[in-house]
Every structure is written in structure tokens, then in C-alpha cells.
Write a protein that binds this ligand. Sequence first.
Ligand SMILES: Cc1cc2nc3c(=O)[nH]c(=O)nc-3n(C[C@H](O)[C@H](O)[C@H](O)COP(=O)(O)OP(=O)(O)OC[C@H]3O[C@@H](n4cnc5c(N)ncnc54)[C@H](O)[C@@H]3O)c2cc1C
Length: 381
Amino acid sequence: MPDVLILGGGFGGLAAARELRAAHADLDITLVSRDDHFYMGFAKLWDLAGTRPLAGGTRALADLETGGVRFVHADISAIDPAGCSVETTKGSLSADAMLVALGAGPSPAHRALLDHESAHDLYDGRELPAMHEALDTIEDGRVLVSILGGPFKCPPAPFEAALLIDERLRARGLRDRVGVAISTPQPVTLPVAGPDASRYVAGFLAERDIELFAESKVQAVDGAGRAVTFADGSTVDYGALFGVPAAVAPPVVVKSGLTAESGWIEPDRHTLATEFEGVYAVGDCTWIATAQGALPKAGVFAAAEAVVAARNIAADLVGTEPARFDGHGYCYLELPGEKVAFVEGDFYAEPRPDVQLTEADHEQFQAKQAYEQERLSAWLD
Ligand SMILES: Cc1cc2nc3c(=O)[nH]c(=O)nc-3n(C[C@H](O)[C@H](O)[C@H](O)COP(=O)(O)OP(=O)(O)OC[C@H]3O[C@@H](n4cnc5c(N)ncnc54)[C@H](O)[C@@H]3O)c2cc1C
């Protein structure tokens, strides 16, 4: 029986496993992941906002076995794309085809900037208890959300976080004493989603009295003095700093020879095939060029690409119909009061992505909840 190795148990790996298992009883599928559980990135913000504890959106990857996918809980230490094989802490594995969906990690330099008691990595689920404590105990000063560099995962998430933090401080009756601010090295809030979406977000920030420091790259963090210095030499004080590190490809991917000069795997943007026969790559570990940059590092894109890659793997192995990714995708932009705006369109359009924004409402918040529940149950129940 032809076999497939899926590297990574996140959005990309799980969507591919599900697609292959549902359509092909004649394939042997193994998924390898260092994490033994999965939750969606936005579940961390729901925990921070008090919408729902993280555990409520977490599923065990061992549940893959019930659906007929072999799960190997192991760390991958080497990838041989020419041999379609990997070395792991549980031994060597090889297959007829391989999907690389290993995501991205935080820039080590940016993690080092946040190595202070007063600073936190907003994107690290393990820091949620410390972030809750900071928001529960702050009495004055400013909560500063800082995007430390790009590319970073889920472009709207830092802005969503600033708005949710504002809401939480309002609930504590503290907003006249505690400021909320967000800094970004980018000139506008959401360049990847276009000028309308950027203005929309900036409007919400202004309405909520959240300061926006645009074109402000954090150069240094004084953890004891609680201040950041931007590249232009100006400084901003903070009471609590929630940083968003730039994303980098996992070291094991960089070592494998799969990455291009960009530091990312650059598969064919329609088929997701790499230059190595039988090896495909999707999600945050890739760089997929668009007319004005690259596809956002977002789970929705990782999952959509993975379905296409899975169909192409099946086409190679058992001769079924291949598929093409057309660059259509969407992002949820969550606002306080359980409302979600929707940014959707053709990210491959020329001369610029053709993306439209639908204003926030509660129905779209419910659609986001349904997206999570439907995927969790299709992938892992
Ligand atoms: C706060 C926050 C909010 C977000 N909100 C949204 C949102 O609203 N919508 C959206 O679309 N996206 C959102 N995202 C982004 C989304 O989470 C990522 O884009 C998505 O997880 C990428 O999927 P992936 O499959 O490429 O990688 P991941 O989901 O990160 O999966 C990577 C997998 O590889 C495994 N792995 C990595 N290295 C190794 C190794 N050496 N050995 C073994 N296993 C390894 C990991 O354990 C993991 O299972 C958000 C992210 C954050 C942080």
C-alpha cells in the first residue's frame, strides 16, 4: 500500500490527514508531531479575553488513530527530502510521499527582547497565566502590544489583542488610568489586507482611544525600567509589554535544504509541490509570493493549501484528480462584543490582491466559532 508521511500536526498537517483519510482507504498515513495536542491560534486570544479557557478548544492528536491515521509523537531532528524520509526521537521514518507542515517559530532575537518579567510573548500559550496576572494586577501606566518584526503569524491578531485588552481593562473600570497602545514596524495596520481594512482597524483603535505607533520598530526593551526604544530613538513607557515576535522557519526545515534564500520553503503556489519529487509543503513554513508580498501566515490558508497538496499527493500515488490552489482565502478580524469582520478575496490577483472587507457583526463571530468546531470535529473527533 502506498504510504504518506505528514510532518506537523497543526492546521496544515491535520487538514491533509483528514483529506487523504476521507478519500483514500488505499493509503497508509502517518503524522508526526512534537506537540501531542492541537488548538487554533485564536483560542489563545479567547482565553486572554475571558471568552473561553484554552482547554475548551484543545484536542489530543492521539485521536487521529481512531480515524485511521497513525500518530507518532516525536521530535523531527532531520529531514531528507531526496529520500522522502525523516529522523525522529522515535526512529527513522520514510514514505512514498511527504507533506511538510511544520509551521513557524518565534525569532530567537525577538524572544530575547522579551526576556523580562514585565514582558510576554503574546503568541505563546504557555505565557497565558502570566499575561492574565499582568492584566489583573496592573493599576496604572500602559499595556503595550508590540509587533517586533515580520513576517508574523495572523496579521490581525495583535490588533484584536489590543482591542480585547482594552475591553478587559474597561471592565475593571481602569481605562482612565491604564493606557493601551500598539506599535508596528509597518506603515499601516494591515498591509496584507489592503487600505480599506487598514483604515477600518485604525478607526476602531482611535474610537477606543488605543494609541497606534506605526513605522515603529522596537530596537531595545528595558525590562526593569519598563520602556521600549524604537529605531528612531524615541521611547515609550509600559506597565506590561505583550510582544509579537517575527516568525522564522523551524531550524530542522532550514537544515533540510528545502528552503530558498527567503529562509522559507517556496513551493509551487498552485500545486504546493517542492522541487523534490513527492515532497509538498504548506502553511507557515512556506513563503508563497503574491503581487505585493506573500500569503499571510494564517491557519485558514495552511488548511486550504493542505487540502490541495493532499489531493496532489493522492494523484501522484493512486492516480486520482490533481488540484490547484487559486489563492482565495479569508481572515477573521475579531472585535470586542463578540463581533467579527471578514476579510476575503483573491490573494493571487494582479496587480494587487483583490480583497474585500465585510463589517463586523455577531453572525460572523458565530461563523468563526463554527469554523473551529467543524474543523476540530472533522480532524480529531
Ligand atoms: C494568537 C494567534 C491568533 C491566530 N488567529 C488566527 C485566525 O484567526 N485565523 C487564522 O487563520 N490563523 C490564525 N493564527 C495563525 C495560525 O495559528 C497559524 O497560521 C497556523 O497554525 C499555521 O498552520 P501550520 O500547519 O502551518 O503550522 P502549525 O499549526 O503551527 O503546526 C506546526 C506543527 O509542526 C509541529 N512541529 C514543528 N517543529 C517540529 C519538529 N521539529 N518535530 C516535530 N514536530 C514539529 C508542531 O508541533 C505542530 O504540530 C493565529 C495565530 C496566533 C498565534
